[in-house]
Ligand binder design. Structure first.
Ligand SMILES: Cc1ncc(COP(=O)(O)O)c(C=O)c1O
Length: 400
């Protein structure tokens, strides 16, 4: 279709969430790149916000989608029929998750996984208080949004009140504030590495202390691994990297291999409470869609078979090394292939986004941090591509 007409229709009929969308048309995507209809190549250094971990148009994922779509798509609301892609994925996942996480509830998205985890924690503990971390992002539904701490989360939450009651936030990495987790607390929800805060890694011993405090007071620990899971931090799950096992883990994004899929995972003792009082404790029509599960499973198998996760730390460190000495770079915060390159100035950040667009780099800033740009490419990016994209970025940094 004519470029001009498409752009007009986009603005007229596709709901907008910001006054200044990028307006770059995607014709196709492959590996670490996407291309416009004119053939302009962009390095995808966002990967759909940590979604495309096995690269765009990964042939094994594409094949799995095609085969499953031809076999059967949606049949019945979640949880009634035995569907092979769901069962196989859940079983394969359980082999790799820290024990005793074993029961997988498939849903449609990250926010729904978080909603499920909140409901499950309330149902299991029969408590109501929920504690989250300041500068947390767990999704945009009412429940997930209630987890955005104050004061930083106010900008996003305020217009949508009333939100859920009995939610409060503590400071990530502040050991003293763990005292605020008490016998009233149903659960504490945390990203093991805070993503939208601008990549904040846990202080040494913090996640262990958080786990201990939850155990002391009988609160459940929920890890949101929606962004950190599926290899992003250099281990299959950040829980494994930091050696701390939550009671409930939330997954989404790369979990679906590019298709919409999420899950909350717990041990049977906890998960099984959704079966009674009331029965059907969480209901979802499309959760665990067979095509999405087939895609997620193929992506998961690809990560394992090609030992993709083993290269993540090396490639993340290479990016860091290639920028660290640039005078415009104040700091680099990183976990695996999730990097925040801190410029210390939002005007510079906006400017570099324009330069990136020209130069064929897709990056982004963070919800709570508009002074740093994101590098979170497909985990399959080659070292050569890391070097080439870093050189393009350096060229943009030079022009700041
Ligand atoms: C850590 C984290 N949790 C939850 C979500 C929400 O996921 P979704 O957009 O699929 O609802 C996101 C999305 O960016 C996220 O980064």
């Amino acid at each position: 279709m004519n470029d001009h007409i498409l752009r007009k229709q986009f603005l007229a009929h596709v709901a907008q969430t910001s006054p200044s969308p990028m307006l770059v048309e995607v014709a196709r995507a492959e590996g670490s790149f996407f291309y416009t209809p004119e053939g302009k190549r962009y390095y995808d250094l966002v990967a759909g916000v940590s979604v495309s971990n096995v690269g765009h148009a990964n042939p094994e994922v594409v094949r799995a989608v095609q085969e499953q779509a031809a076999r059967y798509m949606h049949v019945m609301v979640y949880g009634e029929l035995i569907e092979t892609p769901q069962v196989t994925y859940a079983a394969r996942l359980a082999e790799r998750l820290p024990k005793p996480l074993e029961s997988v509830y498939f849903v449609n998205s990250g926010a729904e996984a978080v909603e499920g985890a909140l409901k499950l924690a309330k149902r299991f503990t029969r408590r109501t208080e929920v504690i989250s971390m300041r500068r947390a992002y767990h999704g945009s539904t009412h429940g997930a949004m209630s987890l955005m701490g104050a004061p930083e989360g106010e900008e996003w939450k305020n217009a949508f009140r009333p939100l859920l009651p009995d939610f409060r936030a503590i400071e990530f990495n502040d050991f003293a504030q763990l005292e605020r987790i008490t016998r009233r607390t149903a659960c504490v929800v945390a990203e093991p590495v805070q993503g939208e805060a601008g990549v904040r890694t846990p202080a040494s011993g913090y996640l262990e202390a958080l786990r201990r405090r939850c155990d002391e007071v009988g609160a459940l620990l929920v890890f949101d691994e929606i962004q950190t899971g599926m290899g992003r931090t250099g281990e299959l799950f950040a829980s494994l990297k930091y050696g701390v096992t939550p009671d409930i883990m939330c997954l989404a994004k790369a979990f679906g291999g590019g298709m919409p899929l999420g899950a909350f995972v717990a041990r049977h003792e906890i998960m099984d409470t959704l079966q009674a009082n009331p029965v059907l404790g969480h209901i979802t029509t499309f959760g665990g869609h067979p095509v999405c599960c087939a895609a997620g499973l193929a992506a998961f198998e690809y990560l394992l078979a090609h030992r993709v996760v083993e290269g993540v730390e090396r490639k993340g460190a290479l990016y860091e090394e290639l920028f660290a000495d640039h005078p415009a770079v104040r700091e680099i915060r990183r976990s695996g292939l999730l990097l925040a390159v801190e410029l210390g100035d939002s005007a510079k950040l906006y400017r570099i986004m324009e330069l990136f667009k020209e130069a064929g780099i897709l990056s982004d800033w963070f919800l709570y941090c508009d002074t740093a740009f994101r590098i979170s490419p497909p985990l399959t990016i080659s070292e050569e591509e890391v070097r080439e994209s870093a050189a393009i970025i350096r060229g943009c940094l030079d022009r700041l």
